[in-house]
Ligand binder design. Structure first.
Ligand code: AMP
Ligand code: GLY
Length: 430
């Protein structure tokens, strides 16, 4: 099978690494890919994965590439091409492609759509209102005592969510999104949710339009600094499993969310074939969905896919073809920990082009994988080329051992200004 993967981050490196192990895959391209992806080889025949200089968001160029090379199957990593309808476009041109279509991708593309869906179909979520009027929005914040989360409706590179603890902050947040238009047209409408407290977990469920297969829980670390201080980021590290739910509790949380979600999709005529990623807060009054994403997280798959025992290509094909019911997901009993090494300054502005050393020493370690996120090649050297640079991942028989191995590897890898959190998985080990 000839496979095209769309995207270039740590998530896509993890997808490519796992897909390259499939005996089904005989050739693989990644558009646009990154330095680490370009070093992956297929288990089937030793061929290198080929990175092609087509941006993940350029739908006409992606289609032209597919028409030229005729991939048998395409896998979409990031949210933007999904929201823009890359799945519909490829299908209309006769290509098999994994990911939700444009209608189904609205779960991530519009927070107002998701909030309305959750309320209509009885999915546990935060008390919320949707507004396109500034005064009405501020009044709703006041009714919540200013303790609220103000969210731009549309995609905003993960930055359109402002957490407020006072009415002053809430009014400033509403103004920032709706009046100053900090996130452009994504902020024409806003969703305001009550501020929930509890432990946050990431759920991932692979869906085929009829059934949803839940992954083990993982936990991301969204803030830049230790102790969940500092600014929100794309994610500074993750680990799996997250020990806050027993298997029975995970099943009951999954059912409470996924059963009404599947019924709602059927009732509304939404055919979701892809990965549903609910962000969930475990509150005193039960689990509540904060938001839905319509793709794998990043860095969650770095830890999930290093534990998955199935052939991922086979699973994604089954998801696309509506055959998931006959597949059981199998997970290694290992724990996996991913530590993101970021550029100095991230999530603010940061320099690029810093030479990365120590990758060769890290790459030979057992049960360890350094996933690339923002890297490039310059004069034969691997250099930094993004905010999140590497996802250093290790797996072992338990979380403590996996964490030690991941941090020992981080010590071997260096670039000027590198920063990473020292408390990844610490909550789980308390
Ligand atoms: P979202 O993109 O909607 O997941 O929001 C980004 C982050 O903001 C989440 O991962 C949570 O940490 C936080 N967040 C979002 N909604 C809420 C809420 N209603 N209460 C508390 N924290 C929230
Ligand atoms: N890990 C956060 C996200 O993928 O949205």
């Amino acid at each position: 099978m000839k496979l095209l993967v769309i995207g270039s981050g740590g998530r896509e490196h993890a997808l490519v690494w796992k897909l390259a192990q499939s005996p089904l895959v005989t050739r693989m391209w990644c558009a646009p890919g990154n330095t680490g992806i370009a070093e992956e080889r297929l288990a089937k025949n030793g061929a290198l994965v080929e990175c092609v200089a087509v941006p993940a968001e350029d739908l006409p160029k992606l289609l032209a590439f597919a028409q030229q090379e005729r991939p048998d199957f395409t896998v979409v990593g990031p949210d933007n091409p999904l929201a823009a309808g890359v799945v519909d476009l490829f299908q209309a041109n006769g290509f098999k492609i994994w990911g939700p279509n444009k209608q189904a991708a609205q779960f991530e593309g519009s927070k107002a759509f998701s909030q309305d869906f959750m309320e209509r179909h009885g999915i546990p979520t935060a008390a919320a209102g949707t507004f396109s009027d500034v005064a009405a929005a501020k009044k709703f914040c006041a009714a919540l005592g200013g303790k609220c989360v103000v969210k731009a409706d549309g995609l905003a590179l993960g930055k359109g969510v402002l957490i407020c603890t006072s009415q002053t902050e809430a009014e400033a947040a509403v103004d920032e999104i709706m009046v100053s238009k900090a996130f452009g047209s994504a902020g024409q409408r806003i969703v305001i949710q009550e501020l929930l407290e509890g432990m946050e977990i990431s759920l991932h469920a692979l869906c085929d339009g009829k059934v949803a297969k839940l992954f083990p829980t993982s936990q991301d670390h969204k803030r830049a600094l230790d102790g969940d201080a500092g600014l929100n980021t794309g994610g500074m590290g993750a680990y799996s499993p997250a020990p806050f739910l027993t298997d029975a509790e995970l099943k009951s949380v999954g059912d409470a969310i996924l059963q009404p979600w599947l019924r709602g999709c059927a009732a509304d005529g939404i055919d979701f074939r892809g990965l549903l990623y609910p962000g969930v807060m475990l509150t005193k009054s039960g689990p509540k969905v904060l938001e839905f994403n319509a793709r794998f997280g990043d860095p969650e798959p770095q830890v999930d896919l290093t534990r998955l025992e199935n052939d991922l290509a086979e699973l994604l094909l089954a998801s696309t073809e509506g055959r998931l019911a006959s597949h059981e997901l199998r997970w290694s009993t290992n724990a996996s920990v991913c530590i993101v090494m970021a550029s100095g300054g991230y999530p603010g502005s940061y320099p690029k082009g810093k030479v990365i050393t120590g990758l060769d020493a890290a790459n030979v370690l057992p049960n360890t994988k350094v996933f690339h996120a923002g890297t490039a090649k310059k004069d034969g050297k691997t250099v930094t080329n993004g905010g999140r640079v590497l996802g250093v991942t290790a797996w072992a028989k338990d979380l403590a051992a996996a964490r030690n191995a991941a941090y020992a590897t981080v010590e071997k890898v260096q670039f000027e200004g590198a920063h990473y959190r020292r408390d990844i998985a610490a909550k789980a080990l308390k």
